[in-house]
Structures are given as C-alpha cells and as structure tokens.
Design a protein around this ligand. Structure first.
Ligand code: KG4
Ligand code: ZN
Length: 351
C-alpha cells in the first residue's frame, strides 16, 4: 500500500510532511512544505527539573499527554488539515526507548488512520539536515555537498562527512563522554541545575575564560574525549575547596568561562584538523550544544580562515520536529518509506 501511494504522490510539486519528534524530553510536531517550515510546536517537560536529569518513565508519560494537543497546535499554526499531509515522518532513534515508543506508535496510528505513508527518521540526521530548512519567504543559501558537520549534543560528539542528504560518514567521534555531558556533569559538580550547558553558557558571559587552565586530552585522529577534562575539573575543585570552602561561589563565572573555553578549544582543534585532512571547507554546526555562544563565536571566526560555516538558528539547535520533517522530505523524494513493523532503536548509528 505504502509504495503505491508514494509513487503517485511523488509526482507532486509540493510535498507536505508532518514531523514527529519524541526521542528525549521534548514533544514536538512540525509541518513543512518541501524545505519550507509552516509550523513547529515544542512542549518542554518541566517534570525533570528536580531530578538532575531526564527521568525516562516520566518523559514517556509526558509525551503521551502532550502529543495530541501539540499536533493539533502544529496543524492549526500551519493552516493545514490532516488530509493535506503527504507523509508522516517520525524519529525512530536514537533516544529513550519509552519516549520513542510514544512517538512511533502515534505516527503509525496516524498512518493507518489517514492511509498515508510512514517515514522513519534518524534523529542525528535531523540535526545535520536542519540546515536545509527555510522560513516562508526567506532567501537562504543551503550548504553544498560534500560538506562537514560538527554534531554536538547531550549524547553525541561527532565530525561527519555529509556526502548527500542520504549518505553520512563518521570521521571522528567521542571515545567517552559527549560535549553536552561534559557541560552537564561539570554543572552538577558546581551545584547548578539540569541541563547545565545553558547555565554555564550564561554565567560564562561575565567570566574570564583564561583564569583557569584545564588539561586538554590528547586523542588520536579526529576522535574526541571529554571524561578526562571532567575529572580534572572535579579534582581541581576538590583541591581548591580544601583551601577555600567558598571557592565555587566566589569564582563561578570564571570557572564556567574557563571550562567552556576548554571545550570550545577541543572542538575547534578537531574541526580544523578535519578540514585539513579532507580539504573540505564547508562545515555546519548542529545539536543541542550548538546553542553555546562561545562555540558559535568560534565557528563565526572560522570565516576568517576561508571556511564557509553554517550556524543554526537557536530554535533549530534543541530537539525539534522540523528537523525530522526535513529528513522525511528528502526520503519522500526517494520513495524511502517505512513499514509498521519498524521498532524504535535506542542506540542508532548515523546511517
Ligand atoms: O541535542 P539535544 O537537545 O539532546 C540530545 O539529543 O542530546 O542536546 C542537549 C544538550 C544538553 O547536554 C545541554 O546541556 C546542551 O545540549 N546545551 C548546551 C547549551 N544549550 C543546550 N550546552 C552548552 N551551551 C548551551 N547554550
Ligand atoms: Zn538531539
């Protein structure tokens, strides 16, 4: 049934995709027409604030109660009826299994009810291809292929060679913690709440990035490591607290700025190495950590080295369904549809 519908629909000039994202703690539904965003609605979950991290069981329940109203709001904002949708794209993974199950079951239900094809999407590809979304009436240049992509999120830190919207090659990856984890764990040690990345970013704005020096790990090739940095930060604080119990409170801004500066150094060093090795001078930035102001500034600065950079709008840095819908659009063009049997995958590689 799906392939038949797809072949007919593929003759259309305008393709309308409904995107559904529920991999972690944000419930999101978006509507796009070709590359143009018509609406993107995100319901954040406050229930995790008191726990210092996302509680999977609570996330699943919140997705369950949010998903229907979020979809109705997305359709309303887009001025689109469910019957106008050509296909339903949903996140198959990676992510929390219970959360993914809510989004994928909902997508499958819609697919059966509406008799519309289903498209499974890799969340990581969503972050990477979010650069191919444009707003209504926006004149925008898209990255050319092949290009590099630095993907920095709570679970991933990777440099990817993007051959096309369909072909991704990992050139480097973290061998331990992700950049987002490095931010969140350091924030926890300093008594800041979850997620710590945005809080460190905010406090760092009025801090001295060169006040404290933290050891940068040596890692072969284009791979990353952040667990050593986190540990050296922890031991540094322990030593200082023995001398001055108020050390953290008295130095919080400088600590945040110096730690953030070290993470940015590590990321940019590897980006430059990847550009040198591949001789590809176009790079995109993506993932939750790409909201970080220092990392964005450093990317901005790469322009002066003749490198073309694509930095996402802040609204595309956090998890959202628009990025799922854009991958869905490219897959639609290739008749790449999914079956009802496809189960969510918690640990999903880039391909
Ligand atoms: O991509 P994302 O929303 O979820 C995952 O797929 O992991 O990324 C979440 C991560 C968290 O670790 C959060 O602390 C980090 O992104 N983050 C930031 C900033 N905003 C979000 N890290 C540093 N600076 C920020 N401004
Ligand atoms: Zn993400």
């Amino acid at each position: 049934m799906h392939n038949f519908i797809a072949k007919v629909l593929n003759l259309k000039q305008i393709v309308t995709i409904l995107g559904i994202e529920s991999s972690c703690d944000d419930t999101s539904v978006a509507v796009i027409q070709n590359n143009t965003l018509l609406s993107s609605v995100i319901a954040n979950q406050d229930v995790h604030k008191n726990y210092g991290g996302v509680v999977p069981e609570l996330a699943s329940r919140a997705h369950q109660s949010n998903i229907v109203p979020v979809m109705h709001e997305a359709l309303l904002q887009a001025q689109v009826q469910l019957n106008d949708i050509d296909a339903i794209a949903y996140t198959r993974g990676p992510g929390l299994l219970g959360s993914l199950l809510v989004g994928s079951s909902f997508a499958k239900g819609l697919s059966i009810g509406l008799q519309k094809p289903l498209i499974e999407v890799n969340h990581l590809q969503g972050h990477i291809l979010s650069h191919f979304l444009s707003e209504k009436d926006e004149q925008k240049e898209f990255p050319s292929f092949p290009h590099l992509s630095l993907l920095v999120s709570g679970g991933h830190t990777q440099i990817i060679l993007v051959h096309s919207p369909y072909e991704f090659e990992i050139l480097g990856t973290t061998i331990d913690d992700a950049a987002g984890e490095a931010f969140d764990k350091a924030a926890k040690v300093m008594g800041l709440s979850y997620p710590g990345g945005p809080i460190i970013d905010k406090l760092a704005k009025v801090g001295n990035p060169n006040k404290f020096k933290f050891a940068k790990p040596y890692v072969e090739g284009l791979n990353f490591s952040f667990s050593g940095l986190k540990t050296s930060f922890l031991y540094f604080l322990k030593d200082q607290l023995k001398i001055n119990p108020n050390f953290i409170q008295e130095n919080i801004n400088d600590l945040c700025a110096s730690y953030q500066n070290t993470i940015a150094d590590i990321l940019i060093e590897k980006v430059l190495k990847a550009i040198e090795i591949t001789q590809i001078k176009t790079i995109t930035l993506g993932g939750g950590v790409s909201a970080n102001s220092e990392i964005r500034n450093r990317f901005e600065g790469l322009k002066f080295k003749g490198i073309k950079t694509f930095i996402p709008k802040i609204k595309y840095t956090t998890d959202n369904a628009a990025m799922i819908a854009i991958v869905g659009y490219y897959k639609f063009l290739k008749n790449d549809f999914s079956t009802l049997e496809a189960a969510p995958i918690a640990r999903f590689g880039i391909n």
